[in-house]
Write a protein that binds this ligand. Structure first.
Ligand SMILES: Cc1ncc(COP(=O)(O)O)c(C=O)c1O
Length: 362
């Protein structure tokens, strides 16, 4: 006997990354920014007037929307602020996918997608990426044939770190019958020299949503703040119908605004992560790992076949040395470790441990 809907009864919930118990653990398993939030965010929290909490917050977080509209060169009507990127995903599936209809994704991608699909009682349609983490040529055709109403693509991709360009994604959106949500959770770490900017797509096409988060780039995973950019016709039902009545609390609105105003600080952390990404990529390569080029704050490192320990064993051995990295025990990924870029000191500790584990004959 159970009271929940059958699909909820059948499903498994999201498995979140391990949270270390002791502060000395080096946490390279959940792709957080290794640097603290901007000093101006700390100052804004210190200044925050608790009396403000007596009344409801501004319902649509317009102060934040206006700042982000200016940043991305879009209108306020093209933006909704959400309780983390995860709420944005849930709103998109609630709004655009009927129960029983298709929800499209590439495999592998963010492990929350199938969970949200099950909650909505949608049909997950998952299309494998090619060995270079690229979309197959018939991707859109397969999703259209399966009646997919919403497709989520992580770009830059998780867990590989690879980046698809604007032309590829614009063509895909034009081919798809449904909505294309491009999950840009890690886009802040893309090399600015590439000039990668998908915001123009949201003005040109009426079926493109871009997902952003403050969790990674702005070092605010604990705050739970994200947003979607899209055509006003896509954003309006999310704002006026499907979101919670006051989905962004007053503290988050104030700190989010401070983070955007102090964006130069965050951009400096992105540059540091990029520099350390190159250094770590090179050093892991010297240890025999093969790694696709990453435009994110993590690397997907394939353990050399000659290694003494498997990826799963390496992950456990690192853990006993106080270093958490991510291992996915699924076909196609189980010979790899996903490693978040840490501070230079954390990366050095990781490399020391891996060097010992890979070369020790004990
Ligand atoms: C691909 C991807 N999308 C979205 C998110 C959601 O991030 P948040 O809810 O913290 O904004 C994450 C978090 O890890 C992610 O990896």
């Amino acid at each position: 006997m159970h009271y929940e809907r059958d699909n909820i009864h059948r499903m498994h919930g999201y498995q979140w990354g391990e949270q270390p118990k002791d502060a000395g653990t080096i946490k390279l398993n959940t792709n957080e920014n290794p640097y603290p939030p901007a000093p101006d965010v700390r100052a804004a929290l210190g200044r925050f007037d608790v009396d403000v909490l007596r009344t409801y917050p501004q319902p649509t977080a317009d102060g934040l929307r206006d700042r982000l509209a200016a940043l991305h060169g879009v209108s306020r009507e093209q933006l909704i602020i959400t309780h983390g990127g995860d709420e944005a995903l849930r709103l998109a599936i609630t709004t655009f996918v009927d129960p029983g209809a298709g929800f499209g994704m590439a495999d592998p991608s963010y492990s929350l997608y199938p969970v949200l699909s099950e909650i909505q009682d949608a049909r997950s349609v998952s299309v494998p990426l090619d060995p270079h983490w690229q979309l197959p040529g018939d991707f859109a055709a397969r999703l259209n044939a399966a009646g997919v109403r919403l497709t989520c693509i992580v770009n830059p991709h998780a867990p590989s770190g690879t980046l698809l360009g604007r032309e590829t994604l614009g063509t895909l959106a034009a081919e798809l019958d449904g909505v294309l949500l491009i999950d840009e959770a890690y886009v802040d770490f893309v090399d600015p020299a590439l000039g990668h900017d998908l915001a123009p797509l949201t003005r040109e096409l009426d079926n493109v949503l871009l997902l952003r988060t403050f969790s990674k780039g702005y070092s605010l995973a604990g705050l739970r703040l994200g947003y979607l950019i899209g055509a006003p016709s896509l954003i309006d039902p999310l704002i006026s119908k499907t979101r919670d009545s006051y989905n962004i609390d007053a503290v988050s609105q104030a700190l989010g605004a401070a983070a955007i105003d102090a964006r130069a600080y965050a951009a400096d952390t992105w540059a540091r992560v990029r520099a350390d990404r190159s250094t770590l990529h090179r050093a892991l390569g010297q240890l025999g790992f093969s790694i696709p080029p990453s435009e994110t704050n993590f690397l997907l490192a394939r353990v050399p076949t000659s290694a003494r320990l498997s990826a799963a064993e390496l992950q456990q051995a690192l853990k006993t040395r106080g270093i958490l990295v991510r291992h996915f025990a699924v076909p196609g990924l189980d010979d790899r470790l996903r490693i978040t870029i840490g501070t230079p000191e954390q990366n050095a500790r990781l490399l020391d441990a891996l060097t010992t584990l890979m070369t020790d004959s004990a």
